[in-house]
Design a protein around this ligand. Structure first.
Ligand SMILES: NC(=O)c1ccc[n+]([C@@H]2O[C@H](COP(=O)([O-])OP(=O)(O)OC[C@H]3O[C@@H](n4cnc5c(N)ncnc54)[C@H](O)[C@@H]3O)[C@@H](O)[C@H]2O)c1
Length: 272
């Protein structure tokens, strides 16, 4: 009988690690939580929402727990760090995944809208690193993984605050790698392409022919499909392991090749 090589089977690559995942109640964060648990980690989900009330199937009685967290609020982050320290003594891996995306023209975007996107997507990772740093220093190969986006590298229309925030996350990643390398903490970012989650499902759902929209989206990707949350989780896991111990300050694109394909007008696309 052949060995089970599915990600769910796990290979113990995070055994004994204490992992914090912000925004881990659903979507990509949830897949990251599940993957680390499958690999033997103890995972602390930091989210506004209780994972048990969001979606189905999260086994919070296993090696995972939820500590309420608003990454925009320094008091909440400090309380979170205090609870994590009291419960686990330290943190080995911090995954800054919580994020929001707004779809508005610059003309329609208010200062409050702009500030909210920046507060969740950029101030959040800063506050988490600032206050979890004392819990990470001195651990064995501690690692920070920020979730950026291909929109930190290019832009979709009507996404100014999101694009600016994700470019900021990529810059923050490089700055943290430089500042924290000397204390043994690596910091990298994963820049996912289109991944099927609640964050962007509404765009597809509003299309009158949803199946066609999904097929057209898939055709933008050389691999012929859009991403799954588990694709991102696998890369986050790798970046946190000793296999990546000489990798820091990098933004790793996980997009099925979408950013690598140059666009051509439809009339020429088949001839090249
Ligand atoms: N889905 C995609 O196609 C895609 C592509 C590139 C990057 N990303 C990034 O991946 C990350 C996860 O996205 P997703 O698609 O899973 O989104 P999602 O909306 O499905 O989940 C986001 C999670 O973050 C939590 N959250 C929001 N604000 C928070 C706050 N202030 N404090 C704590 N938790 C908060 C939410 O409760 C939710 O559980 C985000 O940073 C997003 O920008 C997503």
């Amino acid at each position: 009988m052949s060995a089970d090589r599915s990600p769910e089977a796990g290979l113990g690559r995070a055994t004994g690690r204490v992992v914090v995942v912000t925004g881990g109640a659903r979507g990509i964060g949830r897949a990251i939580v599940d993957r680390f648990v499958a690999e033997g980690a103890t995972v602390i989900v930091g989210d506004l929402n209780d994972p048990e009330t969001v979606g189905a199937g999260l086994d919070v009685t296993g090696h995972r727990e939820w500590i309420p967290l608003d990454v925009t609020d320094e008091v909440s982050v400090l309380e979170f760090a205090k609870s994590a320290h009291a419960g686990h003594g330290g943190v080995d891996v911090l995954v800054n995944n919580a994020g929001v995306m707004a779809n508005r023209s610059v003309a329609d975007e208010t200062v409050a809208d702009w500030d909210l996107t920046m507060a969740v997507n950029l101030r959040g990772p800063f506050l988490m690193v600032k206050h979890l740093l004392p819990l990470m220093e001195g651990r064995d190969d501690p690692a920070i993984v920020n979730i950026g986006s291909i929109e930190g590298l290019g832009a979709n229309a009507r996404h100014a605050s999101y694009v600016a925030s994700k470019a900021g996350v990529h810059g923050l990643t490089r700055a943290l790698a430089v500042d924290l390398g000397p204390v043994g903490i690596r910091c990298n970012a994963v820049a996912p392409g289109w991944v099927d989650t609640d964050l962007n499902r509404a765009y597809v759902d509003k299309h009158p022919d949803r199946d066609r929209a999904v097929a057209e989206l898939a055709s933008l990707h050389p691999v012929g499909r859009i991403g799954n949350p588990t694709d991102v989780a696998a890369t986050v896991l790798w970046l946190s392991t000793p296999d990546a111990s000489f990798v820091t300050g990098q933004v790793l694109t996980v997009d099925g090749g979408r950013m690598s394909r140059l666009s051509l007008p439809a009339s020429l696309a088949d001839d090249v």
